[in-house]
Design a protein around this ligand. Sequence first.
Ligand code: FES
Length: 103
Amino acid sequence: MAEFRRVASINEIPPGKGIVAEVDSKKIAVFNVKGVFYAIDNICAHRGGPLGEGPLRGTTVNCPWHGSGFDVTSGQVLGPPASTGVTSYSTKVEEGGIWVALS
Ligand code: FES
């Protein structure tokens, strides 16, 4: 069964924004899309750029280093130069916080 870990308060991520959270030394990018929270690996599949620091438009985040697009709802790659997607994680909102299941 998935173990959820609290990564942030819901107030820390406004709609249309993302953050980089750390869980057990693993960096996770967490985004707020119109009040729904999504989590994917922070490390870009191209050369490791920090996806949680990239601009979010709708459900697409662009890597701040070279611009690859990723769907934050699935981790799927949407545009080059990255050719593979990243892992996505289940989230839930509880007790005023955002929780992410890493396994
Ligand atoms: S490191 Fe993300 S596009 Fe290059």
